[in-house]
Structure formats: C-alpha cells, structure tokens
Design a binder for this molecule. Structure first.
Ligand code: SAM
Length: 282
C-alpha cells in the first residue's frame, strides 16, 4: 500500500464498528424512521456515521450510539439525516407527469397534492412545474405540501438552488421559464423562480410517526422511492393511513420498484406504478 493510500485507509477506518454497534444502529434507524437496513449496509452505516463521530469528537461507535439512545433530539435528527438515502431528479419517472397533469385538470376543482418524500426538492418542483404547465398559469388552483423526514434535504428543497448538473436534462424552455441563473459566486447554479416556489409548503414529516399534520381530502399523493426502504408491515401501515386521506378518485404515485399487491384491499393499479383507491371511483 502506498503511503497516501495508507493514510486514506486509516482515515476511513479510524473507528471500529462491532457487530453489536451495527445491530444497534440498524434497530435505531428502524425505530426512528422505519428504514430497514440489510446486513449488506454495514459499510454505508460506518462511513455515514463515522463523519458524525469525528464532528462530535467521539472516539467509538458505542459511545456515539449512547448519545443517540439517550434521547438527544438534535443527535437523533443528525443520525436520521445521515442514514437516509436521498437520490432524486427532476422529472424522475417521467411517465407519471402526463397522467398527473390530466388528473389535475379532471374536474375543475382546486387540487391538493402531498409529496411525502420530497428529498432535495426536485420532485415537488416537478409537480409544481407540471401544475403551471397544465393550467397555463403561475397561479394554478393547486396546493402542494412537500415533506421529508430528513431536515437537511428539506432545507435544500426550500432553498431551491441547484448546480448545473442537476438541471442538465431539463428542456431549455423549462429552464428558462422556471429557473434563474446565478452569476458571480453563484455561477454554475440555478435558483427556482419564486413564482414556482410559492406553490409549495415545506414541512418535516416522518411517515412512521402518528398524527401526520396533513388534512384531507387530498387529490394526489406522491410517495415514490421511499417505501423500498421500509418492510412490508410498515408499508401496509402507511398505505392504511394514506387511503382515508385521498378523495374517492384520488391517485397515489409510487416508485418504479414499489408495488402494493399486498394492499389490494386498499389500492388498485391504474397504470404503471399509479394507484387509485380500491373503494374509489374508477
Ligand atoms: C430515494 S429518496 C426519493 C425522493 C423522491 N421521492 C424521488 O422519488 O425522487 C427517499 C427519501 O425518503 C426520505 N425518507 C426516508 N424515510 C422516511 C420517513 N420515515 N418519512 C419520510 N421520509 C422518509 C429520505 O429522507 C429521502 O429523502
């Protein structure tokens, strides 16, 4: 091993994570956020939490996990933020948005949309862009609630600032219409226009917790690419709480690898990863 590789290796593995530590961390993130980490995620847990140990000046995992277990709210938040996976993109799973646009304009009524795992904001801004385009107005009759358990990504979403690589695949017309280019110190970045941002309310919501601050009836719920982190009983418990929040003809959009066959009594497929209520209007 070269000298620089040895330094790098010792920096990467400056703490030991025992089987017991890993099991403790797994149980804690499951209890806090419903995230069921497989045993293959040990390196991920190590690298994401090691940074936190360094920041706090704590020299072993056991002591760090004691702080989290003591109920320290700030550290529970930092621990949860560290262990979420936030991959997202503008117009991800693009086949959903023409369906959503038709749904928004189906009945001439004001529309309420909950984007329940909003990450860094690309998804709720895509929802807002679709609403503006569907109604041909920056003042569409659409209210969007964007939430996530992770307070860091929620702050990024609220700021609405993205580096150029994040918007590289957006059509030039959309870029022009919905974003402002940064200059000076902000060169290489864009900011979502205020007219778009004001269509969205941002709020921290943990899908695992009771008493979501969300009032129905909702026309649409986006819950994409988060259920995959939950086990089946947790998924079912969340779907049981989504169902009464939706209007009879409401839609639930799910992620590409998420299917709710085990909840057929609640939701019926209405297209690829789009669901309507089993009890609802067809
Ligand atoms: C992979 S991202 C998906 C983002 C977006 N929905 C998409 O499809 O592009 C998953 C998001 O779910 C959030 N998440 C994980 N557990 C959660 C929970 N218990 N409650 C709410 N959000 C959660 C994570 O913080 C992360 O931002």
């Amino acid at each position: 091993m070269s000298a620089s590789a040895a330094v790098e290796d010792s920096r990467l593995h400056d703490f030991d994570i025992t089987d017991h530590d890993f099991e403790r961390a797994r149980k804690m993130i499951y209890d806090f956020a419903g995230i069921a980490l497989s045993s293959a995620k040990r390196d991920m847990v190590y690298s994401r939490l090691a940074r936190r140990l360094r920041e706090l000046g704590v020299d072993n995992f056991d002591a760090y996990l004691d702080i989290v277990a003591s109920g320290d709210a700030a550290e529970i938040e930092a621990f949860t933020n560290a262990l979420t996976t936030n991959l997202t993109a503008f117009f991800r799973e693009g086949h959903h948005f023409p369906i959503f646009a038709d749904h928004l304009t189906r009945n001439g009524q004001p529309q309420t949309v909950w984007c329940s795992a909003a990450s860094t904001g690309e998804e709720p801004y895509t929802i807002a862009m679709t609403a503006v385009e569907a109604f041909g107005s920056f003042d569409p009759p659409v209210r969007i609630l964007a939430s996530d358990v992770d307070t860091n990504v929620l702050a990024a979403a609220q700021a609405g600032i993205y580096t150029d690589d994040r918007i590289a695949k957006l059509e030039p017309e959309r870029l022009e219409r919905f974003f402002k280019r940064g200059s000076g110190v902000n060169a290489g970045k864009v900011r979502v226009r205020e007219e778009l941002r004001r269509l969205i309310s941002f709020r921290q919501i943990n899908l695992l917790e009771d008493g979501w601050p969300v009032r129905g009836p909702l026309d649409t719920i986006f819950c994409r690419n988060v259920m995959i982190y939950f086990d089946k009983p947790t998924q079912l418990a969340i779907l049981e709480r989504f169902a009464p929040l939706l209007r009879g003809d409401g839609l639930l959009f799910a992620g590409h690898s998420e299917s709710f066959h085990n909840a057929a009594h609640l939701f019926k497929p209405r297209g690829k990863t789009v669901y309507g209520l089993a009890r609802g209007k067809q």
